[in-house]
Design a protein. Structure first.
Length: 189
């Protein structure tokens, strides 16, 4: 199966993991595991937004610093960030310094703050499709966007969220376990 890679521990993993130890850990412990909670999903939304146009490993390596400077992605705190916080974040080489993405994260936090407890979780999970009958077999089966991620993106945008395009939301759905895209033969499948 060309969609698999055998790791140094002799476990078959999805090919995208490559030989990076942090990618292996992320694949083995996080990717595709159901994630719930407004705060956790807000963090995932923010990080996926920061990833747009970059590699995910860049975000994984910077995630500890992101968590530190964005107050653990607590939407209540991030929603209070002001221009001085934006300037502080723009000067921090430990994160992705993109003003539009920083401002979107703060704006998205303000939207989440205005939602009822559990509403973001319920909203996002409402777009999770039924489980597939068959696992993905190869890279040709891999998807970048689905009708569900497109619908999620449209609804989030309608509510005012930014950096939530259909491809970004599909990556979130994969990461947060709303879909299980581990390839056939992967030890996590």
């Amino acid at each position: 199966m060309t969609a698999l890679l055998i790791g140094p521990d002799d476990l078959a993993r999805c090919l995208w993991v490559g030989d990076d130890a942090e990618y292996r850990r992320y694949h083995d412990e996080e990717w595709g595991t159901p994630l719930h909670g407004d705060r956790a999903l807000f963090e995932k939304m923010a990080l996926e937004g920061f990833q747009a146009g970059l590699s995910w490993i860049t975000i994984l390596r910077k995630r500890p610093r992101f968590r530190e400077v964005f107050a653990g992605f607590d939407p209540e705190i991030v929603a209070e960030f002001d221009e001085s916080d934006i300037e502080r974040l723009m000067a921090d080489a430990g994160i992705v310094r993109n003003r539009a993405k920083i401002e979107a994260t703060i704006g998205n936090a303000r939207i989440v703050r205005g939602m009822a407890d559990g509403e973001l979780d319920e909203l996002m999970w409402s777009f999770a499709p039924p489980a597939r009958e068959h696992r993905l077999r190869g890279m040709a089966d891999a998807l970048a966007v689905t009708p569900e991620s497109t619908a999620m993106s449209k609804e989030l945008r309608r509510r005012g969220f930014r950096f939530v395009g259909a491809t970004t939301m599909y990556a979130l759905m994969q990461s947060a376990g709303m879909v299980d895209d581990h390839f056939e033969g992967c030890w996590r499948a």
